[in-house]
Design a binder for this molecule. Structure first.
Ligand code: ADP
Ligand code: ASP
Ligand code: MG
Length: 412
């Protein structure tokens, strides 16, 4: 029988009534003739609560125990979903990651999926089971420890199962009815897109649009998974939601397709760094080793052999960045006068594959921000995106101004 993957996010399984609603959607697909793999998240708010408990218990926690704790939310919803389906008369059972087994790397809290052997689940489908309910976000390391895939990781579980089982489609059910030109919670005029290209979705996700985890889009692109985002709160059919697809399958391409933001960024500046060959490696090597995800980088003009070096990273990594730089200074690897961190900045980005062939996107973006009196702190560009770092208090205003400036309320 053809296989369908259906993933339900936290708000879509927030309580027993929501689980029942989701199970009803699953039952309909079973009646249409699919064997279904359901991937569930923890009930909304649960993972945050679990993370909070870990941090309170042990600020410099053992990542293996962090994963043991935070993966547990998904176990509850997987079991409840299987029970709900059974009550509806649908043959279903739950699978925790290790039972599949969903094999991952050992990078706790940010593990990568390595393999999903099909044998166990296929055997049960062969015996008449119609729905395998899989706990999202979790797997097992080569050492036999529980791992998690990073926040939002159930999306990636879903796409990986769709690839492994050659699913006809991977439907991501969430609390919005598709991918929008920007976060509809920030901009009322945001428009739902019927289709979005993989590459654009990849950029939007990695620049902060949390509707899909970045890695899930990467996997869908690599394994040609038909990926769709749609609402669990509405009646849906084959045409609902947003299809993430190849660029060639989009008839009318917008120059800019979306605006993304990442609220909690920080700007760190090393003041008066001795400017010499190898200095960038001496700074960014230790930062990488300390696990700091450096994003934007600016090096100022050098004066009398000294320069300022600025980079951005997530706010919660600033203490680690400071520590790494101070150690590098003590070890004589770098020499600077001071580290200054501005922790009140956000990143706002515009994304569109049409930028490849259209000039003027950057100037439109900068003019729109200037018209609102928003100062740009750092700029980076790539072929299909432009990002700016701005003061956090202007983040929402910037998203709205850019949405207007690129006419996205008329996007389709
Ligand atoms: P789930 O719990 O179902 O995984 P998430 O909260 O992870 O859901 O992702 C859905 C949320 O993503 C939406 O509620 C919306 O606020 C946010 N979002 C951000 N950018 C976008 C966008 N461009 N289109 C749709 N939703 C977006
Ligand atoms: N429950 C996990 C999280 O909140 C995984 C997910 O929902 O995708 O990050
Ligand atoms: Mg999510």
């Amino acid at each position: 029988m053809p296989v369908l993957v259906m993933k339900f996010g936290g708000t879509s399984v927030a309580d027993l009534a929501r689980i029942s609603n989701a199970a009803e959607k699953v039952r309909r697909e079973v009646e249409r003739g699919y064997d279904v793999i359901v991937v569930v998240s923890a009930m909304s708010g649960k993972t945050n609560e679990l993370v909070g408990w870990v941090e309170q218990t042990s600020p410099l926690f053992d990542a293996r125990e962090y994963d043991a704790v935070v993966s547990s939310g998904e176990n509850v919803t997987a079991g409840l979903m299987a029970l709900t389906l059974q009550e509806m008369g649908v043959p279903a059972r739950s699978w925790q990651g290790w039972q599949v087994p969903l094999k991952t790397s050992s990078a706790h809290s940010a593990a990568r999926i390595v393999d999903i052997p099909r044998a166990n689940i296929d055997q049960k489908f062969g015996e008449g089971m119609r729905v395998a309910v899989v706990a999202g976000f979790q797997g097992i390391s080569p050492e036999g420890r529980i791992t998690t895939l990073g926040r939002g990781g159930s999306d990636t579980t879903a796409v990986a199962f769709a690839a492994a089982f050659g699913a006809e489609r991977c439907d991501i059910y969430t609390d919005v009815d598709g991918v929008y030109t920007t976060d509809p919670r920030i901009e009322d005029k945001a428009r739902k897109l019927d289709r979005i290209a993989f590459e654009e979705m990849l950029e939007l996700a990695s620049l902060g649009a949390k509707v899909l985890q970045t890695r899930s889009v990467e996997l869908a692109m690599r394994y040609k998974v038909k990926l769709r985002v749609l609402s669990s709160f509405e009646d849906t059919d084959e045409t609902s939601g947003t299809l993430v697809c190849d660029e060639e399958d989009i008839v009318e391409q917008n120059v800019v397709s979306g605006v993304a933001y990442s609220r909690d960024e920080a700007k760190v500046t090393l003041i008066s760094v001795a400017d010499r060959p190898g200095i960038a490696a001496a700074i960014f090597g230790p930062l990488a080793k300390a696990g700091v995800n450096v994003d934007m980088i600016v090096q100022n003009i050098s004066e009398e052999g000294r320069t300022d070096m600025t980079f951005s990273c997530p706010v919660n990594q600033v203490p680690r960045a400071r520590e790494a730089m101070e150690k590098a200074m003590e070890a004589g690897e770098v020499n600077f006068r001071q580290v200054v961190a501005d922790t009140d900045v956000s990143k706002v980005s515009v994304v569109g594959i049409g930028m490849r062939s259209h000039a003027g996107v950057a100037s439109t973006m900068f003019e729109a921000l200037a018209a609102e009196g928003i100062n740009i702190r750092v700029i980076t560009t790539s072929e299909i995106k432009i990002s700016v770092l701005i003061d956090r208090k202007y983040m929402e205003l910037a998203v709205q101004a850019l949405h207007d400036a690129f006419g996205l309320e008329n996007a389709a």
